[in-house]
Write a protein that binds this ligand. Structure first.
Ligand SMILES: Nc1ncnc2c1ncn2[C@@H]1O[C@H](COP(=O)(O)OP(=O)(O)OP(=O)(O)O)[C@@H](O)[C@H]1O
Ligand SMILES: [Mg+2]
Length: 209
């Protein structure tokens, strides 16, 4: 895979008003392939909102978001959300087993990809058959990470991925993010977790990029 100067996400001039409030104002961020970028800014400053703009769960009022040099507004949203996968802070589990959650929406799931996704998310293979509704918050967070990985994303966006985790499990997730980035995926992690930032971030940015 050749990696050009415009590879990954380049967003700038992002503005968004919601319910009469200016939520994002001239926000910018870049997400480079193979790197872990930490997005660190105060609570309520718009980190989660910006992540949602990057895969078009929200449409900004102003600004430009390029994925590999292509304006994301020209990309079909479902295609975009596979390439730019978002792991939400409080992920919703579908009914059924963890395995059902991992392969949902995939036409032809590859068992090897599913197994690797579980391992990458620091989940034992036995989790595949666990009912998703019975999982703890921290287990759900890791299933959501595994689910995103089964989509073979180019970019992985994570919103506070360690918020529900003990320090040891959080370190495992940090190490998983390093392995994921080492495969060429661009990782953007919105976090308040200094330990995570110190352990894995190649670069720390605020909402100004
Ligand atoms: N649906 C909405 N309608 C109106 N305002 C919203 C909506 N969602 C979020 N906001 C506001 O947008 C601002 C940014 O919220 P956001 O969740 O992006 O912040 P954040 O940086 O992720 O905060 P935290 O660190 O606490 O997760 C907040 O003032 C919030 O109240
Ligand atoms: Mg947030």
């Amino acid at each position: 895979m050749s990696v050009g100067d415009d590879a990954g996400i380049v967003a700038h001039g992002i503005g968004l008003t919601r319910a009469g409030r200016r939520v994002l104002d001239d926000a910018a961020v870049t997400v480079a392939p193979g790197r872990v970028t930490a997005l660190v800014a105060p609570s309520g400053s718009g980190k989660s909102t910006l992540l949602r703009c990057l895969n078009r769960l929200l449409e900004p009022d102003e600004g430009t978001i390029l994925l590999d040099g292509v304006d994301v507004r020209t990309v079909d949203p479902r295609t975009l959300r596979r390439r730019v996968a978002l792991v939400a802070q409080a992920p919703v589990m579908l009914p059924g087993a963890v395995h059902d959650n991992l392969v949902h929406g995939l036409a032809d799931p590859d068992p090897a990809v599913v197994a690797r996704a579980l391992a990458d998310a620091d989940l034992d293979p036995s989790f595949a058959t666990r009912p998703a509704g019975e999982l703890s918050g921290g287990e759900r967070a890791r299933v959501a990470l595994a689910r995103a990985l089964t989509r073979d994303p180019r970019i992985l966006l994570l919103d506070e991925p360690t918020a529900a985790l003990d320090a040891t499990t959080a370190d495992h997730v940090a190490d998983a993010l390093r392995r994921i980035a080492d495969r060429g995926i661009g990782v953007l992690v919105a976090t308040h977790d200094d330990r995570l930032v110190a352990r894995v971030a190649d670069r720390t940015v605020g909402l100004g990029g």
